[in-house]
Design a protein around this ligand. Structure first.
Ligand SMILES: C[S@@+](CC[C@H](N)C(=O)[O-])C[C@H]1O[C@@H](n2cnc3c(N)ncnc32)[C@H](O)[C@@H]1O
Length: 209
């Protein structure tokens, strides 16, 4: 039997708090994906599907959203959004981001995915570089990537904030989460917002062809 995870438990109030803190970052991050109508986008980890309305507004009914998360509780909320909105172009899978393959996403061959987004994920997923690599492999050359997370290191205030995010979100906000994207993409763009002595950082780039 699957163990109930921390995120299964906090899923009920997750969006209420997260959107107050990070709703603006979410909008900026999704803008940097530069999505067009009809494109396919991968959202890992998708959590409660907070990105879904924004992604759907950009890709429309001819596009496709693939979302993956470990937590059944978080995914149940994402699935409820899909049902309520009547979106027929969303595939949500309960899976480990570190082992993501085309088959996990329900595709018999490699799906053509135009963009990948990871919001508040690389600070949480263990072996986070592996999770980034799996996502990177699934997006087509020339496709877009955005990672958003917190980097809270150095100052006393940021260390306190890091302790808060560790307790609430099981996050390790001292990871240099943007570096794999920086190494493997071109046209890299960074937006920083001061965050309790650290930064809320959004980094976007294009997969080399
Ligand atoms: C802070 S939430 C972010 C959710 C979403 N990206 C957002 O912006 O709201 C972190 C998510 O990572 C998921 N997670 C943690 N480890 C994971 C793993 N190995 N594979 C897939 N999801 C994982 C948790 O279940 C949780 O939903």
């Amino acid at each position: 039997m699957k163990r109930i995870s921390h995120y299964d438990v906090i899923s009920w109030g997750y969006e209420y708090f997260t959107e107050k803190l990070h709703g603006g970052h979410r909008l900026e991050a999704i803008d940097l994906l530069r999505l067009d109508t009809g494109q396919a986008v991968l959202d890992v980890p998708c959590g409660t599907g907070a990105n879904l309305p924004l992604l759907e507004a950009r890709i429309g009914p001819t596009g496709h959203v693939y979302g993956c998360d470990f937590s059944a509780g978080m995914l149940a909320r994402a699935r409820a959004k899909v049902t309520t909105a009547g979106w027929g172009n969303v595939t949500l899978v309960e899976a480990d981001a570190r082992a993501l393959t085309p088959e996990t996403l329900g595709s018999s061959g490699p799906p053509t995915i135009d963009a990948g987004i990871c919001m508040l994920g690389l600070s949480v997923v263990p072996d986070w570089e592996q999770a980034f690599d799996r996502m990177y492999d699934l997006v087509r050359p020339g496709g877009r990537f955005v990672v958003m997370d917190l980097f809270l290191a150095g100052k006393r205030t940021s260390r306190l904030a890091n302790g808060y995010y560790r307790a609430i979100a099981q996050a390790q906000s001292t990871r240099r989460f943007w570096e794999p994207l920086e190494r493997r993409c071109e046209d890299v763009q960074t937006i920083d917002h001061e965050w309790f002595g650290g930064v809320a950082r959004i980094v976007a780039g294009t997969k080399r062809g």
